[in-house]
Every structure is written in C-alpha cells, then in structure tokens.
Design a protein around this ligand. Structure first.
Ligand code: FE2
Length: 139
C-alpha cells in the first residue's frame, strides 16, 4: 500500500465485537485525517497536537479493549497487553523523532497503517474468535 494512500474501512476489518469495531473504525478515520493534515497543513504546532490526539485515542482504545478482555476472561490478555504497550511506546518514540525532524511524515503514516492492518487483522481477530466461540453475551 502506498504510504499516503488512505485506508478504506470495510467489513473485512470487523472482528465481530461491536465496541471494538466502532473504535477501530474511528481509528481509521483519525489515520486518514492525519494523512490529510500532514499533506495540506503547514502549521507544525497543529500537526504535533494532532499526532498527540491520535496517540491519546490509541491509548484509550487499548485500555478499552483490555478491559473487555479482562471482563470476558480472554486467555491472551497478558500477551496482548504487551503488544499494546510496545505499539504505544513505538508511536511515542516516532512522534518524538518527528518533532526533532528525524522521522518523516511518510514513515509515521506507514507505521500507523501497518499497525492497524496487522494488529487488527491478526491479533485482535483472535479476541473476536474467542468471543464468538464462547458465545460471550458481552459483545
Ligand atoms: Fe488490540
């Protein structure tokens, strides 16, 4: 995928848990907005603030997902939490590098798109399967 090409949300991204799917769809919306902002805006302070907004949303989403995993007894919670922690610290590092002009806009976008497509399609899907198999009522 081209690093400045937007992500088109489709049902293929859904993992079958309404709360999580809704948040993932909004995360895609934020990534697409970031692509626009980085491309058209020359307001550096605003671009930094927007990256911070995206980072805070990712942190919120991870906490929300982990809480649901905890509540439903998902056995992969511990490992999944570590993945979340790694992604967030990686994003924070990249944002700091970007502020110092050591990381390009394209690299941050490429990282976010890769994160979304891989983590959602591979890791989060395991949680969706667990919820489906256990017919957990909290969906
Ligand atoms: Fe996740």
């Amino acid at each position: 995928m081209d690093q400045t090409q937007k992500i088109i949300w489709t049902n293929d991204f859904k993992i079958g848990i309404d709360d999580v799917d809704l948040q993932h769809e909004y995360f895609v919306f934020l990534i697409n907005r970031l692509i626009d902002e980085l491309k058209i805006s020359d307001d550096t302070a605003y671009k930094h603030r927007f990256l911070e907004e995206l980072c805070l949303y990712a942190a919120f989403h991870f906490t929300s997902e982990e809480n649901l995993m905890m509540k439903t007894g998902f056995p992969g919670l511990k490992a999944h939490k570590l993945l979340h922690r790694y992604l967030l610290s990686n994003l924070n590092d990249r944002i700091n590098y970007y502020r110092l002009s050591r990381e390009s806009e394209k690299e941050i976008i490429r990282f976010l798109i890769d994160w979304f497509t891989r983590h959602t399609l591979e890791e989060d899907r395991l949680f969706g399967q667990f919820m489906c198999e256990t017919s957990n009522p909290k969906r």
